[in-house]
Design a protein around this ligand. Structure first.
Ligand SMILES: Cc1cc2nc3c(=O)[nH]c(=O)nc-3n(C[C@H](O)[C@H](O)[C@H](O)COP(=O)(O)O)c2cc1C
Length: 193
C-alpha cells in the first residue's frame, strides 16, 4: 500500500458503557489489521456547547470545536458507530457534526467533510439494532459531501451481544464488523493510490 489511510473513529454516544463505543473498537481492529492508522476519539473528551448561532457569532468556534475540526481535517476517513435515539441520530453526534460543519474565515465550506469517506454502524438493545438511525446518518453525511460506503451493520440486542472481552459473541457478526473497518481502509487506499 503506497499511502497509509488515516481514519478517525468515534461513537455517537458519550456513555461510559456505550455499546457503540464497543462496536467501533471492533471495526477499528479490522481497519488496523488492513493497514490503516486509526485515531479513536471519545466525544466525551471534547465537550461542546449546544450549537447556537448567536454563541458562534459572539465567540466563534469553541476550542473543542477547533480540536474536532483539526482531527477531522488530518484524517482521510471516518469510522462511526451511531446509536439511534427516537428513530434518528443522537444529539451528541449531530451537535458534533453541526459544529464541525461551520466554516472559519479562509476555509472552504464543509472543509472537514468534503472528500472524506465514511463507514457507519450501530448497536442497540432493540430488535432493529439502530438501523432506522443509520438511514439518517447516511443521509446527513451524504448531504455534507461525505462518501459513505454501502457496507454497514446494525447489531440488535446489544445488551446480550458483547462478551466480557468486548468482542461480539457471534463470530459472524464479529467478522462482519471487522470487515467494515477493513473495507473502509481498502477503499481509502484505492482512492489515495
Ligand atoms: C432518548 C433515547 C431515545 C432512544 N431511542 C431509541 C430508538 O429509537 N431506537 C432504539 O433502538 N433504541 C433507542 N434508545 C435506546 C438506545 O439504543 C440505548 O440507550 C443504547 O444503549 C444507546 O447507545 P450506547 O449504548 O452506545 O450509549 C433510546 C435511548 C434514549 C436515551
Amino acid at each position: 500500500m503506497a499511502v497509509t489511510p488515516k481514519i478517525l473513529a468515534f461513537a455517537g454516544s458519550t456513555r461510559t458503557e456505550s455499546f457503540n463505543k464497543k462496536l467501533v473498537q471492533i471495526a477499528i481492529a479490522g481497519a488496523r489489521a488492513a493497514g490503516a492508522e486509526v485515531t479513536y476519539l471519545d466525544l466525551r473528551d471534547l465537550p461542546l456547547p449546544l450549537f447556537d448561532q448567536d454563541l458562534e457569532a459572539h465567540e466563534g468556534l469553541p476550542p473543542n470545536g477547533r480540536r474536532l475540526k483539526d482531527l477531522m481535517l488530518s484524517h482521510d476517513g471516518l469510522l462511526m458507530s451511531c446509536p439511534e435515539y427516537n428513530s434518528s441520530v443522537t444529539g451528541v453526534w449531530k451537535n458534533a457534526i453541526d459544529w464541525a460543519s461551520r466554516p472559519v474565515p479562509g476555509e472552504p465550506p464543509l472543509a472537514c467533510f468534503t472528500g472524506k469517506v465514511a463507514a457507519i454502524m450501530s448497536a442497540s438493545p432493540g430488535a432493529l439494532g439502530g438501523l432506522r438511525g443509520l438511514v439518517h446518518v447516511r443521509s446527513i453525511l451524504g448531504n455534507i459531501n461525505v462518501l459513505v460506503i454501502p457496507d454497514q451493520i446494525a447489531i440488535p440486542k446489544a445488551h446480550e451481544a458483547f462478551g466480557p472481552d468486548g468482542r461480539l459473541k457471534d463470530a459472524k457478526q464479529q467478522a462482519a464488523v471487522e470487515a467494515i473497518g477493513a473495507k473502509l481502509t481498502r477503499t481509502l487506499a484505492k482512492l489515495h493510490a
